[in-house]
Design a protein around this ligand. Structure first.
Ligand code: NAD
Ligand code: MG
Length: 384
């Protein structure tokens, strides 16, 4: 029986690499559904190759075009709109849902998939940043497994597999440090989106590449690790490791440290989530430890204020990480459009944190309201 996979965000960086994995192991995996936001031509090409039962285009303005592009393949059902994402993940043949879409938009379909008892292969870290407690509670209630796709979290997961109840003393979460690792504060004030989009070790979608340059991505990953592995933030140490070879590590109660190493290639964590607990062959480069030294540095929280902001949001708890996520989505896009400077991003997020009402025990509706309000406030600050 092939595993039936639904990919939310199949036209993106993670989505297309997931399709590479499925192509290489077509004897084990089959695509049940593909979804995208706007890239309708690419989605149609993917559907032509993988012949899913259904495709969904989230932006319904593209529905007619998608229908037309697939008119000779009537067996592929075509849907549009956000609600269609929530509905499709519940389809009974689906075994696994890969959440590879960007931002808060991933929250609702992930909740629907958990309620329908689908295994979650989680790339969309924003879901856990915004609503980690809710998601973990639902996953527990519905006895659903959440398998990490983020490379660091996959490395941590691979390091704890087989350890049973052995106590974790500390998580060592590595970060490349991004393109501005060696820049001064003054230099950082004038960098452009084009500079920030040149990541030294990973090729990723635009939003996460900017988040890596500010290190907000690493802050989000601390939150993600906290929920995925039940380890408090104080026991998660961020290490800047420019080579991106040690993908993260776990220290156990006897002082033993286990890490997962490899060349930077997202296909491995994607494939491991799909095939867990088995490992499957994967083509591509192999690690050569003779190629150079592996270095580790402490992060500079003064220079990378977004990382400090993420830590502060964990400390405050409640809907604060949701506020930070929403404000970050706005400034991230604003910076890419040239509407604010690199350093203004942290300022705007901080001001948004002080303005949006705090809620110590949010539910789903609180998250939706908080997200909308924080976006509105952050936009307002950006336009001043
Ligand atoms: P991307 O921009 O390359 O692709 C995003 C995909 O999601 C596209 O298919 C797009 O059509 C779809 N999408 C975007 N917004 C949507 C919306 N509002 N509604 C429905 N669909 C939408 O992004 P990516 O780099 O592949 O990242 C996807 C997720 O995976 C993010 O949460 C990111 O943080 C996480 N992630 C990515 C990487 C990486 O290497 N790219 C690594 C770790 C985690
Ligand atoms: Mg990562």
């Amino acid at each position: 029986m092939k595993k039936q996979i639904c990919i939310l965000g199949s036209t993106g960086s993670i989505g297309t690499q997931a399709l590479d994995v499925v192509r290489e192991h077509s004897d084990l995996f089959e695509i049940y559904c593909l979804t995208a936001n706007n890239r309708v031509e690419q989605l149609a090409r993917q559907a032509r190759e993988f012949r899913p039962a259904a495709v969904v285009i989230a932006n319904d303005a593209h529905y007619d075009r998608l229908k037309e592009l697939l008119s000779d393949l009537p067996e592929i059902k075509v849907y549009a709109g956000r609600d269609a994402l929530d509905q499709i993940v519940e389809a009974s043949p689906i075994d696994m849902v890969l959440t590879a879409m960007v931002g808060f938009a991933g929250l609702s379909p992930t909740i629907h998939a958990i309620r329908a008892r689908k295994t979650i292969c989680l790339a969309n870290k924003e879901t856990l940043v915004v609503a980690g407690e809710l998601i973990c509670r639902l996953a527990m209630e519905h006895r659903v497994r959440i398998l990490p796709v983020d490379s660091e979290h996959s490395a941590i997961f691979q390091s704890i597999v087989g350890e049973g109840d052995n106590a974790v003393e500390k998580i060592l979460l590595t970060a490349s440090g991004g393109p501005f690792r060696l820049f001064s504060k003054e230099q950082m004030a004038t960098v452009t989106a084009a500079d920030a989009l040149k990541h030294p070790t990973w090729e990723m979608g635009a939003k996460i590449t900017i988040d890596s340059a500010t290190m907000m991505n690493k802050g989000f990953e601390v939150i993600e690790a906290r929920w995925l592995f039940g380890v408090p933030a104080e026991k998660i140490q961020v290490l800047v490791h420019p080579q991106s070879i040690v993908h993260s590590a776990v220290q156990f109660c006897d002082g033993a440290v286990k890490a997962q190493l490899g060349v930077p290639d997202m296909r491995l964590p994607i494939q491991y989530a799909f095939s867990y607990p088995d490992r499957l062959p994967l083509s591509g480069d192999r690690l050569d430890l003779f190629r150079g030294p592996l270095e580790f540095f402490e992060p500079d929280l003064d220079k990378f204020r977004c990382l400090a902001i993420a830590f502060e949001s964990i400390r405050r708890g409640g809907n604060m990480p949701c506020i930070v996520n929403a404000a970050n989505e706005i400034v991230n896009e604003g910076f890419r459009r040239g509407e604010c400077s690199f350093t203004a991003m942290a300022d705007i997020i901080e001001r948004t944190m002080e303005r949006v009402p705090f809620d110590a025990s949010p539910d789903y509706d609180t998250y939706v309201q908080t997200d909308a309000e924080a976006r509105r406030v952050a936009r307002e600050f950006m336009n001043i």
